[in-house]
Design a binder for this molecule. Structure first.
Ligand SMILES: NC(=O)c1ccc[n+]([C@@H]2O[C@H](COP(=O)([O-])OP(=O)(O)OC[C@H]3O[C@@H](n4cnc5c(N)ncnc54)[C@H](O)[C@@H]3O)[C@@H](O)[C@H]2O)c1
Length: 313
């Protein structure tokens, strides 16, 4: 496999929630994008999604030559893959399905092109098991929506080559994503596990009657969540430790934190608890449709990312 193959043409396999957003991102970064998806209306839905995302992507700046006209759609997957330099797969999340899909993609994609899967929950060991060239298959797991959120978790399977992992890391970084490398495959990778760890405590405290769902959201998004959007939880301790930073934190504050960690308990996820969350969320949403909330959130996130970039963060 050539290590310096430049990426010009990207194939998007599966254009649902994640694939459509990836397509918008890659187009905004000046690539030719060819998409494929067997669902009826897939092309029309994809074009509508990308057009909708384009205003925000334009506001933050398109790459030279980026254009909606560089999006094409192939109803036959082989046509989409025949000249792809990089493939981003976003098909249904079922092991049997992904194994078969990857075997077919592997047959149809040039041997020196990377095939990345957006899979949230499957490991590459499983996904690549039917491939003749598993060394170029890798997980490139985005955070929803990929056209806004920079994080990509990169992790290989046992048969993925180190070169593929390096190339995927470099490629994502070169187009403004924030790739992180995982050295072990875990169910849920890591970012979703962080969400699960925090949400475990939200559910526990709501179940214990400590606070409402709305106030748990407020506690996070008006408190530590604001800071986490700028600097991560470990670097925050450096700031929290005063002039001596992380050293002071370790000496004086880690023990109380460790004590608190040891007392954390798990909620019992009953139907009644689930209903409490639904009721709280609907009160918070206050009748605003999901699309409106997503649009507002995306605009604020883009503003935050722009400010971070300006501040060199
Ligand atoms: N939704 C999320 O928040 C999220 C976040 C990160 C990663 N992911 C991962 O992204 C992948 C896609 O998830 P999604 O939420 O976009 O699902 P989705 O159901 O919205 O999209 C899946 C798409 O795959 C298409 N498809 C079915 N068979 C196909 C085939 N043979 N070839 C090509 N396309 C085919 C479907 O028509 C559908 O449009 C999954 O692996 C999931 O784990 C999802």
């Amino acid at each position: 496999m050539s290590s310096n193959k430049p990426v010009h043409r990207i194939a998007i396999v599966g254009t649902g929630v994640i694939g459509a957003s990836w397509a918008a991102y890659y187009l905004a970064h000046g690539f030719d994008v060819i998409a494929t998806d067997p669902a009826p209306n897939a092309e029309a839905n994809l074009r509508a999604y990308v057009k909708d995302a384009w205003d925000l992507l334009t506001a933050v700046g398109l790459a030279q030559g980026a254009s909606l006209d560089r999006l094409s759609f192939a109803s036959n997957m082989k046509d989409a893959l025949a000249e792809a330099d990089f493939v981003q797969e976003n098909g249904p999340e079922r092991p049997d399905f992904k194994i078969k899909l990857f075997a077919e993609m592997d047959e149809a994609t040039p041997q020196d092109s990377i095939i990345a899967s957006s899979s949230s929950g499957l490991t590459m060991d499983v996904i690549q098991s039917g491939c003749k060239h598993p060394e170029r298959c890798v997980i490139g797991h985005p955070f929803n929506p990929p056209h806004i959120i920079p994080l990509v978790e990169v992790v290989g399977g046992a048969k993925t080559s180190e070169e593929t992992i390096q190339r995927a890391m470099e490629f994502y970084a070169s187009i403004g994503k924030k790739p992180i490398r995982l050295y072990k495959a875990l169910p849920g990778h890591v970012a979703n596990r962080f969400q699960a760890a925090l949400y475990k405590e939200v559910l526990y405290l709501v179940q214990q009657g400590v606070l409402s769902v709305e106030d748990a959201d407020a506690a996070i998004c008006y408190g530590p969540g604001l800071r986490w959007g700028v600097m991560g939880p470990s670097l925050q301790w450096h700031l929290g430790g005063g002039a001596d930073g992380i050293h002071h934190f370790m000496e004086h504050l880690m023990q109380p934190l460790a004590g608190m960690i040891a007392t954390l308990d798990a909620p019992d996820v009953t139907n009644s608890l689930k209903q409490s969350v639904v009721d709280g969320v609907l009160r918070e949403a206050g009748g605003r449709p999901v699309e409106q909330l997503a649009k507002q959130e995306n605009e604020v996130l883009m503003g935050l990312l722009t400010l971070r970039a300006r501040a060199g963060l």
